[in-house]
Design a protein around this ligand. Structure first.
Ligand code: IMP
Length: 192
């Protein structure tokens, strides 16, 4: 029997990405109902992922999965963090604001973090995982791919920004890729 997992997002791109990671997991993924608004009021990525998964599970009566992610810049004490999506009104404004606030700081270390949570139909959390990818903030954007802060996030080991990587390469090292990879064996072990 196929098991249904509702994805706590209205974004079909995020659904496709999760489907690719969880392709052989035995779960069928579906988007949350469009009219279902979900609050993101937590102060950590894990709290937000849990909140989103719980709300969607309870509203639909199904198992639900949610992720929450963002960029933490060391010299800015972890900003923009959980506010990454709300740091400006579009990607280029968000990047411009971050570069302005970081200025010519010598310490440009940063990390992307992704928390994932899976909730049971009653809203309780069954599984959680977190992935981190360390890198450095460039002085100017580089590369055309990806989204969000990708063009200014440089990974020294690969000598590329996230925006210069293929989807496969980014997925193999990214915060989201690592969080989901850690979740797959746990999901398989769930005895339902
Ligand atoms: P979420 O959809 O609430 O998890 O918001 C995540 C926000 O963090 C996005 O809107 C981006 O601004 C940023 N972000 C998260 N992951 C990435 C990534 O892989 N590349 C670039 N930006 C990201």
């Amino acid at each position: 029997m196929t098991k249904l997992l509702v994805v706590a997002t209205g974004n079909p791109g995020k659904l496709r990405e999760l489907q690719a990671y969880l392709a052989n997991s035995g779960w069928e993924l579906t988007l949350k109902p469009e009219e279902l608004e979900i609050a993101e009021t937590g102060e950590t990525f894990a709290a937000n992922a849990g909140l989103k998964a719980s709300q969607v599970a309870q509203a639909t009566g199904q198992w639900a999965i949610a992720d929450d992610s963002g960029l933490q810049v060391d010299a800015l004490n972890g900003v923009p963090g959980v506010y990454s999506a709300r740091y400006g009104s579009n990607d280029s404004e968000r990047i411009a604001r971050l570069l302005r606030e970081l200025g010519n700081a010598v310490n440009r270390q940063a990390q992307f973090v992704c928390a994932v949570a899976i909730a049971r139909p009653d809203g309780t959390i069954a599984l959680e995982s977190e992935g981190i990818c360390r890198g450095e903030i460039l002085h100017a954007p580089r590369g055309e791919g990806g989204f969000g802060y990708d063009p200014i996030f440089y990974v020294p080991e690969k000598q590329l920004t996230f925006a210069e990587m293929s989807r496969e390469l980014k997925g193999s090292i990214s915060h989201r890729g690592q969080a989901l990879k850690a979740l797959i064996p746990q999901l398989a072990a769930l005895n339902i």
